[in-house]
Design a protein around this ligand. Structure first.
Ligand SMILES: Nc1nc2c(c(=O)[nH]1)N[C@H]1C(S)=C(S)[C@@H](COP(=O)(O)OP(=O)(O)OC[C@H]3O[C@@H](n4cnc5c(=O)[nH]c(N)nc54)[C@H](O)[C@@H]3O)O[C@H]1N2
Ligand SMILES: Nc1nc2c(c(=O)[nH]1)N[C@H]1C(S)=C(S)[C@@H](COP(=O)(O)OP(=O)(O)OC[C@H]3O[C@@H](n4cnc5c(=O)[nH]c(N)nc54)[C@H](O)[C@@H]3O)O[C@H]1N2
Ligand code: SF4
Ligand SMILES: [Mo]
Length: 703
């Protein structure tokens, strides 16, 4: 007999999200989701992916049982086994490797900020390995978080939620109308733009967001530091900075002023291709329309100068006095306790063994926000055993064959492992070459405390376990079960214990939070007036002495991208266009959702955007299949010829593979952006960021 429909309150987590939702369940299955009009964030709105929750949750291709490889690696022969057997065997093999080669020879991998993110870090510490990675980090968010901490003593996000609305938004390498939420939701940004605030976009593409902006600075990729320095120059030389804030609350202004004197808009025009008149207009608009939000995105981090690029942008906010004011960029209140990552459990001396940690101090050194391994060093150690062999890798929600630079080398690295365990929702090209594949729970099947907006945790929400699919388990459970079998510290604490500990400062437990749905304390603006900024000088550090102590420049500067028409003119004869990769699309999250029919229908084929000038030169027409090549390799995609892109730039989507094709590779090398990208040096000197944007490429019509 069919049950009646039950409606639960929860929070969608297909992306970094925080959309409050109602989940309709019938006969144990999600049948519908709807936005919750009472959620302070989305007020009833949901994006196209979120609305497809039932199709994803109930997808016939979901993994539902633990699998063990029985044929050769990648042969596609699997045996189903019980959790008990799978976890027992994996634990036994891990114990053996740890005893023989030390725990540093076991690595952990994960993807972008999903529910289990901090639990994987906790697992690494409890296990005693310094080697965990995430394909974002150096290329995504760690520069922004670290620089915010160094400069202002806390991470900032745009204040869309208070009574005062922004008068100006500067969207820098960020397209939140498609990619939100990273600290904002697409809908909050849309509302702010609808209210008529001024808006500026810095992007080589005229994105959905840039189309809503009065001013679009069409920048040459990888040159953002030059543009930001020139805007600082204009704001200081025209005296339109916030004098009172600068005098009272910053250090290093005179040094900054002298430093940027040479960085004129004319200087920057030659580097960035943005006309100097537009640079001046952008600087004036941003500095004189207060409060203003500076929305920064990924394009400023996927290059070899990420530290100083991000620093230059951080300084723009401070000299215009937009920090922690209503309608500006606010500093997070972190209303919950930080996740108990057991960092004191990492054995002494292990930090020193972290691959790449010595060289990239702000990624893997002791001053790093969340120390992790440098991906090129880690994958090299899998392949070559230099400086020591990585023998095992446990992956929780990551498809590195699609999301780590230089896919072919990633493949060689993974194949060289003795033990590869992948936990995922679906069989992927990465999972297909694993030894064990474990079925993960989807968001409607998990419990979690969510601090939102990301990193600053001003609001707190509960995600609710509503359904159960097959034998799927949430990653935290899998980690806890392995921890118990390995007798690791912390294994006596359940996930609920951990969540309750996080909620302590709010005086509630997880069960109560679930009933309430969310807690949204009012933001306390300008707390620095009482307690100062959480930096060594208690002020905003325009000049950052902590960086000097680590051997990095205290003031930002520009560096020409290493593979550009200017720095590599000979290579540019063969590869005349500038490549950017990974601009997001609304219907997919990274390499996910290609098997979700209704979403795939919206985007059946991988796309490459190019300018009509490039198309004409190469005899390419809209919708033609084209070959895109770099010195690393070639891929194929369908041409999207558009005026909405810098004439020299070619933009390829990332994350493409074809679940409908045969395993083990599912066509993963055919249209995968990371066949083109480079994981070789030079890297950013502090974070080790490699370049996913601003490389050289060539496009040709396919025969
Ligand atoms: N739908 C969807 N949403 C997502 C994701 C997804 O996969 N799908 N991924 C999530 C994740 S993990 C992240 S990190 C965020 C990323 O979100 P965003 O930061 O908004 O990132 P992108 O769309 O990757 O890039 C933003 C813009 O940077 C531009 N760009 C490229 N190179 C440069 C450059 O050198 N300089 C400048 N100024 N601009 C440049 C691109 O043209 C693009 O329009 O999105 C998150 N949200
Ligand atoms: N060329 C290029 N490469 C990029 C980028 C770019 O712009 N250009 N962007 C980079 C950035 S910013 C990021 S953050 C990374 C993102 O990279 P990843 O987060 O690694 O993204 P995916 O490759 O989609 O891997 C996610 C896998 O996790 C699975 N999954 C989803 N939810 C869960 C869950 O709850 N548990 C488990 N166990 N699995 C789950 C999905 O099915 C999917 O197979 O990509 C990076 N790679
Ligand atoms: S924006 Fe993110 S959280 Fe909101 S509905 Fe879409 S996928 Fe879900
Ligand atoms: Mo990311």
């Amino acid at each position: 007999m069919s049950e009646t429909e039950i409606i639960y309150k929860s929070v969608c987590r297909i992306c970094h999200g925080g959309c409050g939702v109602f989940v309709h369940v019938k006969d144990g299955k999600v049948v519908k989701v709807k936005g919750d009009p009472e959620s302070p964030l989305n007020k009833g709105w949901m994006c196209v992916k979120g609305l497809k929750t039932p199709e994803i949750a109930n997808h016939p291709d979901r993994l539902t049982k633990p699998l063990k490889r029985i044929g050769g690696r990648g042969e596609g022969k699997w045996q189903e086994l019980s959790w008990e057997d799978a976890l027992g065997e994996i634990a036994e093999r891990l114990a053996k490797i740890r005893t023989e080669s030390g725990t540093e020879s076991v690595a952990l991998g994960q993807g972008t900020g999903r529910h289990h993110y901090m639990h994987v870090v906790r697992f690494a510490n409890a296990l005693g390995t310094p080697n965990w990675y995430e394909p974002g980090l150096a290329q995504c968010f760690i520069p922004r978080i670290t620089v915010s901490n160094l400069t202002y003593g806390g991470f900032v996000v745009g204040d869309y939620y208070g009574e005062v609305k922004p008068k100006c938004i500067l969207f820098w390498a960020h397209n939140p109308l498609v990619t939100g939420p990273d600290g904002e939701l697409a809908i909050s940004v849309k509302r702010a733009l609808d209210s008529g605030c001024k808006a500026i976009a810095v992007d080589p593409r005229r994105t959905e967001t840039a189309k809503r902006c009065g001013l679009w600075l069409q920048i040459r990729p990888g040159t953002d530091a030059a543009l930001a320095l020139a805007m600082i120059n204009v704001i200081i030389s025209e005296g339109i900075y916030d004098k009172e804030f600068v005098e009272k609350w910053t250090v290093g202004f005179e040094e900054l002023k002298a430093h940027v004197a040479a960085y004129t808009p004319e200087w920057a025009e030659l580097i960035t291709t943005v006309p100097s008149a537009n640079i001046i207009e952008a600087a004036r608009t941003y500095a004189t329309n207060k409060p203003a939000i500076l929305e920064w995105g990924l394009g400023i981090e996927q290059n070899h100068n990420s530290l100083q690029t991000v620093r230059a942008l951080a300084i723009l906010r401070a000299i215009t006095g937009n920090i922690d004011i209503p309608g500006g960029d606010i500093i997070g209140m972190n209303v919950i306790k930080s996740y108990p990552t057991l960092k004191d459990k990492l054995p002494e001396g292990m930090g020193k063994k972290r691959l790449g940690g010595d060289e990239f101090k702000l990624l893997g050194g002791w001053r790093a926000f969340m120390p992790s391994a440098h991906i090129p060093a880690l994958f090299k150690a899998m392949r070559t055993g230099d400086p020591y062999k990585i023998r095992a890798l446990l992956i929780f929600g990551n498809n590195p064959l699609t999301t780590v630079a230089n896919s072919k080398e990633v493949y060689e690295s993974l194949k060289a492992l003795e033990l590869l365990v992948v936990t995922d929702l679906f069989m992927t090209p990465t999972a297909a070459i694993a030894d064990y594949v474990l079925p993960a729970a989807f968001w409607t099947e998990t419990e979690q405390v969510i601090g939102y907006p990301l990193v600053v945790e001003n609001m707190v929400m509960a995600q609710n376990k509503i359904t159960q699919r097959g034998e799927c388990r949430q990653d935290e459970w899998i980690i806890n079960e392995l921890s118990k079998r390995l007798n690791l510290p912390g294994s006596e604490e359940s996930l609920e214990d951990v969540m309750n500990a996080q909620l302590e400062p709010l005086g509630i437990d997880y069960k109560t939070l679930k009933e309430k749905g969310f807690i949204y304390p009012e933001h306390e603006y300008r707390r620095y007036e009482v307690q100062g900024f959480r930096t060594p000088s208690r002020k905003v550090e325009l000049l950052c002495k902590s960086l000097q102590r680590l051997g990095y420049d205290t003031l930002p500067s520009f560096k020409e991208p290493p593979e550009s028409p200017i720095s590599a003119p000979d290579l540019a004869k063969e590869f005349p266009n500038i490549l950017i990769t990974g601009s997001r699309r609304a219907e997919f999250f990274h390499s996910e959702h290609r098997q979700v029919e209704s979403l795939r229908k919206l985007r059946p084929d991988p796309g490459v955007e190019l300018h009509p000038k490039t198309a004409l030169k190469n005899n390419i027409e809209n919708n033609d299949w084209v070959k895109i090549s770099t010195p690393r390799g070639s891929i194929r995609m369908k041409a999207i010829v558009t005026e909405d892109i810098h004439p020299d730039v070619v933009s390829v989507e990332h994350g493409w593979w074809f679940p409908e094709r045969q395993g083990p590779d599912y066509g993963v090398f055919e249209s995968n952006a990371n066949v083109l990208t480079n994981n070789a040096p030079p890297y950013d000197s502090a974070f080790g960021s490699y370049q996913l944007r601003g490389l050289l490429c060539r496009v040709e019509k396919e025969n």
